[in-house]
Design a protein around this ligand. Structure first.
Ligand SMILES: [Fe+2]
Length: 170
């Protein structure tokens, strides 16, 4: 069971996945939490039917793109403020692995991989330990930050609502 880590949505990207190549060439990257991030305008994510639905229940503060350079591991971490993200991997050709970890002992972690499919959005539990290993080209990922922080809302609450609305892929 991987539902405690991530869940795939039924409604695919209709816009961002297609226009991503032009978005990422805009050189507006800033450093945050050791990542290159680029905020995208609200109109861009508002074109996504899925995000419009979720935004009515859980307001989205910002949408942004995260860039990881070649041959880089973004180390195990838990996000500082986000309870969850809605993620869409943009670069279909880059090789990377996204993992959720559970401690076994002081030397070992068991991991569960999220193998992103092109154009599919995923609810992502940013409050469980996760890491990305990225190979030889830039990796781009679209994600969102909800207005409510991890102290105000949980992955499970968002999950339960999305599930009750029939938004998840079975
Ligand atoms: Fe993270």
């Amino acid at each position: 069971m991987t539902d405690q880590y991530y869940k795939k949505f039924k409604i695919q990207s209709t816009s961002i996945a297609t226009i991503a190549p032009s978005l990422v060439t805009a050189n507006l990257w800033a450093k945050q939490y050791g990542l290159d991030i680029m905020v995208v305008s609200d109109e861009i994510w508002y074109n996504e039917p899925l995000l419009r639905i979720i935004n009515q229940k859980f307001p989205i503060e910002i949408g942004f793109i995260i860039r990881i350079p070649p041959n880089t591991i973004y180390n195990w971490h838990i996000d500082g403020t986000r309870a969850a993200g809605i993620n869409l991997k943009l670069s279909g050709d880059s090789v990377s692995h996204t993992m959720f970890g559970e401690k076994v002992d002081d030397w070992n972690d068991k991991f569960t991989e999220l193998d992103y499919e092109f154009k599919n959005f995923y609810l992502f539990n940013t409050q469980t330990k996760h890491s990305v290993i990225n190979f030889s080209s830039y990796r781009y990922l679209f994600t969102v930050q909800f207005s409510q922080t991890k102290d105000e809302i949980s992955y499970q609450e968002i999950y339960n609502w999305c599930n009750s609305e029939g938004l998840f892929d079975e």
